[in-house]
Structures are given as C-alpha cells and as structure tokens.
Ligand binder design. Structure first.
Ligand SMILES: Nc1ncnc2c1ncn2[C@@H]1O[C@H](COP(=O)(O)OP(=O)(O)O)[C@@H](O)[C@H]1O
Ligand SMILES: [Mg+2]
Length: 328
C-alpha cells in the first residue's frame, strides 16, 4: 500500500509518501514571514502556491504518479484555521477526483507516532512533545494518549520565536537562541512557573523581553531562558515518568532538535534508569511522512473518513482520539 501524507497546519507545507513501512520521500516548503509572526493569510498563499509543484516533486522523487497512491492522509487539526482549510480542500479534491480513500490525522498524534515508528512500535514511552504550537507531556493509558501536563498559555517554541523576534533574531528563533546560549556565562534569574503538572510561559516571556530592553547580555539571556524553560519541561516530564512507571522517554516535535533540552531529559532518564529517545532531526519538525504514517495506522483500524467527516478541527485535542493500535 502506498500512502500520501499532506501536512499544512501552520507554516510548513509538506508531502510524505510511505510504501508499506518505508518512507520513500518527505519534502517540505516552509513559509517564513518577513516580519512578525505567522500571518495566516500569507501562510495560505504559500501553501496554495507550493501545493502543485511540491506534490509533483514528491511524486517524481518517489518515481510514482497519483494513480499509484492508495490512500491520502491529511492534517485535519489542530492548527491555524485558514491553513487547515486550504489543505483539507486540496486533500478532499484529490480524493474525490481520483477515488482514493481519505484519512484525517491529528497533528500532535502524528508527531508522537512518527517518533514511535523510529524507536519501535512496541515501546510505550512518556512523551514530551514540544513545538511552536504545543508543549505537553503525554503517554498512553487505557486506550488514549492522556495529557499529564501542558502549557497553560503559550508553547515553548512560540516563546522562543517571540523572544527571538523581540531581540532582533529571525524566525524560527529556537535554533538561534540555542546557538547564542552556548556563549552565555552568567545566569539571569527568570520566573519559574510550574503549577501542579502544568506550566506557564507568558510571564517568563515578558520578563525575558524586559531584561533585554534593560540591557542584559543577549548570550546570558538566551542561556538563562533555555535553562529555566527546559527545566520546567523536565520537571513535569520527570513527575509523569515517576507516576506512570513507564520505562522510556521520547522527545518529539520541532523543539526536540535542541541539544540542551535533550541533555536535561537524558540526565533524568539516567537517574530513573529508563531509556531516552529523541526523534531524528529530519522527522522532528512538521512533515508529511508523520501524517502518512499515522494515516496508515488509522486506516488499518477502519478510521477512514466519508466526505462529511472531513471538516477541519482547529482545536482538536490529542486525548479525544481512541488509539486502537496500542494494546496493553
Ligand atoms: N534547535 C532548536 N531549539 C529550540 N527550538 C527549535 C529548534 N529547532 C526548531 N525549533 C523550534 O521548533 C518550532 C517548530 O516546530 P514544528 O513542530 O516544526 O512546528 P509547529 O509548532 O508548527 O508544529 C519553532 O518554534 C522553532 O523555533
Ligand atoms: Mg508541529
């Protein structure tokens, strides 16, 4: 079976093609705003403009044509409404026109399942999923991924990107903050806000922005920002791990690429004597292969959509979804 996965929840349009379990191609084109954050209308323009040429390139790389595709999977939510809608319309049209089955995939679930595909589907980890749009600690319990802890306001990637913009660095900010943090020497105190199993970042962002405006050294500030924000994530991950007694941690999502965050999680995994896995860089950010792969899992369990069910779900939560492919 050959599956085409289409990702387009926010800034990235991406196509992945998977034959059985093998990723044949995974290509993306990212919208990078000239100024400010993601402008939904501009992102849609980007996706609409890139859709045809990028799809043609993906098929060409896989040496296939659309008629070879058996299943189409698309990112149905959560994400920016206009972006989701543009991708849903395209996926629906392709599926109707070519009489292909259609599956709608939750973007957060896809970030997790592509990580599990890499480490082995028999592994049942505590997952720290961190990206521009999400920050959560989750794990499989009784038929679903339960959210043990999450951000109460802005996600970590969004914090890093917004801070970076404030200090004059270009989008995406996460990698730039990571680079400057390496030269930081002095720790600058910033608010550490963990509430139960959840965390809050918006006050911390304001505090970091203010420190910069007051003249703090940027390297020191990037270093401190990483130390504080990543410690908060590590703390709630460690508590979920202790509570569930799972035997591994999986780090996934765009921010998973960060070496300092990896280091902190590795250190708690060593303390608890569990395995630590991190999604590979090429599958960490938004990509079509993760949508294709999760679409395959869903399709194998009868979760294909009829046309009326293909509406976008901009606020779709991970813990609403039944996960029949994990049994324990
Ligand atoms: N090395 C890094 N360190 C910290 N953050 C990073 C790094 N690389 C990417 N990011 C962040 O990852 C986020 C993008 O994640 P991704 O999963 O692709 O998108 P989305 O949040 O839309 O799902 C951005 O906020 C970006 O700054
Ligand atoms: Mg993402």
């Amino acid at each position: 079976m050959i599956t085409l996965g289409i990702e387009g929840t926010a800034h990235t349009l991406s196509f992945g093609i998977i034959q059985d379990e093998k990723i044949l191609v995974n290509i993306s084109d990212q919208y990078i705003p000239e100024t400010g954050g993601i402008h939904p209308r501009e992102a849609v323009e980007h996706h609409t403009k890139c859709f045809k040429p990028l799809l043609i390139e993906a098929l060409k790389k896989a040496n296939l044509s659309m008629k070879n595709i058996d299943l189409i999977a698309f990112s149905q939510g959560p994400g920016l409404g206009p972006c989701l809608r543009s991708v849903a319309v395209a996926a629906r049209s392709l599926s109707q026109l070519l009489s292909k089955d259609l599956v709608g995939v939750n973007h957060c679930l896809a970030h997790i399942e592509i990580g599990r595909k890499e480490i082995g589907n028999h592994i049942d980890p505590i997952v720290l999923y961190v990206s521009g749009g999400n920050s959560m600690v989750t794990g499989f319990e009784e038929g679903r991924y339960r959210i043990f802890g999450e951000t109460l306001d802005i996600p970590i990637g969004n914090l890093l990107d917004t801070f970076a913009r404030h200090v004059g660095l270009q989008h995406p900010g996460g990698p730039k903050v990571e680079k400057l943090a390496k030269n930081g020497k002095n720790f600058i105190k910033l608010p550490y806000v963990v509430k139960g199993m959840d965390l809050s970042y918006s006050g911390l962002l304001t505090a970091a922005n203010n420190k910069f405006t007051e003249g703090a050294n940027l390297n020191d500030l990037c270093y401190s920002l990483q130390e504080v924000t990543f410690s908060m994530l590590t703390e709630i991950t460690e508590r979920a791990l202790a509570h569930t007694e799972k035997d591994s941690i999986l780090l996934t999502g765009g921010v998973a690429a960060n070496k300092r965050l990896q280091e902190m999680l590795k250190s708690i995994s060593e303390e608890h004597n569990v395995n630590f896995y991190v999604v590979s860089p090429k599958l960490a950010g938004d990509n079509g292969a993760m949508i294709a792969w999760t679409g395959i899992l869903q399709y194998q369990h009868g979760m294909k959509l009829n046309l009326a069910e293909t509406k976008i779900k901009a606020k779709w939560r991970l813990d609403e979804i039944e996960i029949p492919w994990i049994t324990k």
